[in-house]
Design a protein around this ligand. Structure first.
Ligand SMILES: [Zn+2]
Ligand SMILES: [Zn+2]
Length: 239
């Protein structure tokens, strides 16, 4: 049985480790590598899928770290000629923005900790028309969980309706009642605007972090990585 390919979440945690230790990496049998391997195993234990006894062991974890060298210009000619598209994308996005990398790794670790404490992982199904965030699956789930929280969504809609007399898309102005009549009454989606790297598992969501969006606008935001920011979506509509 082969172990599953490395997820974006795992690659982000590994790259964070790589950047913090470069150029003097702890050895294969070091405490630090063991610690990273343990973290990846804790995370993997919460994901379904078959794993064999070598899953993210210290050897594999160390090899994966060294794989990043193939993208690293400080190690010209070094590194192994292996690595997938996700690895390259994670390298491109995060190796030049260490603050974002650290913040994202911390956000992922915070979620792994809450999973350990038996908080049920948010059960949020994926939309085949959407891509996960650059920041990985756990944070994508956290984002979806918040913007689909029924009571929060209701409060957001009520507040908006009280002010504007109706609910409509905050990006393009689409009003479902205008087009579909009563069947469209109250129909609108919520989008959580906070960068996913800043999400923390036990933090409350403020209504001001949510915007109302029609289904088209919402899909376009999540359609490709990196997800569009709300202002970027608005700018597209103004063209
Ligand atoms: Zn819209
Ligand atoms: Zn959204």
């Amino acid at each position: 049985m082969r172990n599953p390919t490395w997820t974006r979440d795992e690659l982000i945690l590994s790259l964070d480790f790589y950047m913090r230790h470069k150029p003097h990496f702890p050895g294969k049998t070091s405490f630090e590598i063991q610690e990273l391997s343990d973290l990846l195993n804790r995370m993997g234990a919460k994901n379904s899928g078959d794993r064999n006894e070598k899953y993210r062991n210290t050897n594999g974890t160390y090899m994966k770290l060294m794989n990043f060298r193939r993208f690293d210009s400080d190690y010209e000619g070094g590194g192994l000629q292996r690595g997938g598209r996700d690895e390259e994308e994670v390298w491109k996005v995060f190796s030049s923005d260490l603050k974002k990398l650290r913040e994202t790794a911390k956000a992922i670790m915070a979620i792994v900790d809450t999973l350990q404490n038996n908080r049920a992982p948010p059960n949020v199904t994926c939309d085949p028309l959407e891509e996960d965030a650059l920041e990985g699956k756990l944070l994508t789930r956290e984002h979806r969980y918040r913007e689909r929280d029924a009571s929060l969504v209701r409060r957001k809609k009520d507040k908006f309706a009280a002010k504007h007399g109706k609910v409509s898309c905050e990006a393009c102005g689409f009003d479902f009642v205008d087009v579909y009549g009563q069947r469209g009454d109250g129909f609108i989606e919520c989008h959580h605007t906070k960068p996913v790297s800043e999400l923390r598992p036990n933090e409350r969501t403020n209504l001001s972090d949510l915007v109302l969006l029609c289904s088209n606008c919402h899909r376009i935001i999540h359609r490709r990585r990196p997800w569009l920011k709300f202002d970027e979506l608005r700018a597209l509509l103004c063209k």
